[in-house]
Design a protein around this ligand. Structure first.
Ligand code: PLP
Length: 365
């Protein structure tokens, strides 16, 4: 198995980054019911190689520039192997004392690493838990905020609780507010614009809160994001934090861990886009995310940019995603895969240019 994984990494650049299969492909390859008898590992790995790998989008590929990457590392892989082998179950202290205590210690290390105030550490009466995903963390913090408010205004007051976020906030947040029972009409999606670099304007939150208070509603929670999904916008944490304090609401910070070399590669990519007049960078680059498109006045349009993205992804040589920013369809180049080097970024730019030239000459005919 370890050899299989090592080979996968050795060959990773040979796989098309975005899976090229059609929906339902696996049903045609695998039997309808589970095998009656065990099969040797070599046979199983052959099935993985032949049937499963083609159906994977290769998140570990250095040519993966979609979504936000950097969520698996060699130490992480070994760590998961060790945990699975030891079958560590940690639902309370005695079920695995070391798991609970290690989590507590690591949380405090993280708090110090991020230079959070001392109150955030277990050692000073704070503390927290490690969640498997952002979605889980959002649901839990929102439920905690709801419960604290319910203790003040009564549980029936749930219909009066209001959540504030921007139109750039991840859709997770809306789902989470539904899950914890906040009426959808009490979700305030504040409009952002290029003027404020798509950050959540504190004055708009302030005005929305005052309006809600005047209607007898209760401001509950403000979501501030560092690195929004579409354009990497950074909400102003300090003024939003002040507002949260003033109105007794909760605030959440979504810190994106970014690696210096990724940011440098993104700067380089941004410069390359800037030197080709067919293209334009659409939003201010943040961290390692560059949002760009074919220029609309000369050549581009939403449709052309959609075609361009599909052509790049269908080539299997790079994988990117899109966002719609103020009605503009933009391509997102998010650099963050562990194995990405400068040469992969240069190659991706070459693929983008090749595909763009192809699309433009097709249009011209
Ligand atoms: C800003 C932001 N928030 C939340 C999420 C959801 O993250 P998760 O999959 O960890 O729940 C994402 C995913 O890309 C994101 O970009």
């Amino acid at each position: 198995m370890a050899a299989f994984i090592a080979d996968y990494y050795k060959d990773i650049e040979t796989y098309p980054v975005r899976s090229q299969v059609e929906p339902g492909y696996l049903h045609r390859l695998l039997p309808d019911s589970a095998p009656h008898f065990p099969e040797p590992l070599t046979t199983i790995l052959d099935d993985v190689r032949n049937d499963i790998l083609p159906g994977l989008t290769h998140w570990q590929s250095p040519n993966f520039f979609a979504y936000f990457q950097a969520n698996a590392s060699n130490p992480g892989i070994l760590d998961e192997m060790l945990c699975a082998a030891l079958n560590v179950v940690g639902f309370n202290w005695i079920s695995s004392p070391a798991a609970t205590e290690l989590e507590t210690l690591v949380m405090d290390w993280m708090a110090k690493f991020l230079r959070l105030p001392r109150e955030f550490t277990f050692a000073s009466g704070g503390g927290g838990v490690i969640h498997g995903s952002t979605c889980e963390a959002v649901v839990c913090t929102m439920a905690a905020a709801r419960d604290a408010a319910s203790a003040r205004i009564g549980f029936e007051g749930i219909t009066r609780l209001v959540i504030y976020a921007s139109d750039q906030t991840h859709f997770t947040f809306q789902k989470a507010s539904k899950l914890v029972g906040i009426p959808p009409a009490n979700f305030r999606m504040i409009t952002t614009s290029a003027r404020s670099e798509h950050a959540l304007p504190p004055e708009s939150v302030h005005a929305a809160m005052d309006e809600d208070l005047a209607r007898g509603l209760v401001p509950l929670y403000i979501c501030a994001t560092v690195g929004t999904t579409a354009v990497g916008a950074v909400d102003p944490l300090a003024p939003l934090g002040e507002l949260a304090r003033e109105y007794g609401t909760w605030a959440r910070h979504n810190l994106m861990d970014h690696i210096r070399s990724d940011v440098e590669m993104a700067e380089q990519f941004e410069r390359m886009v800037g030197t080709d007049e067919k293209f334009e960078v659409v939003a201010t680059r943040r961290f390692a995310l560059v949002c760009f498109r074919l220029r609309p006045k000369k050549r581009g349009s939403c449709e052309m940019n959609r075609k361009l993205l599909e052509a790049v992804n269908a080539s299997g040589r790079a994988f990117m995603t899109q966002a719609v920013v103020e009605g503009k369809y933009v391509l997102r180049m998010a650099i963050g895969a562990t194995l990405t080097e400068e040469r992969h970024v240069l190659e991706a730019w070459k693929v983008i240019q090749e595909m763009a030239d192809g699309i433009i000459s097709e249009e011209d005919q």
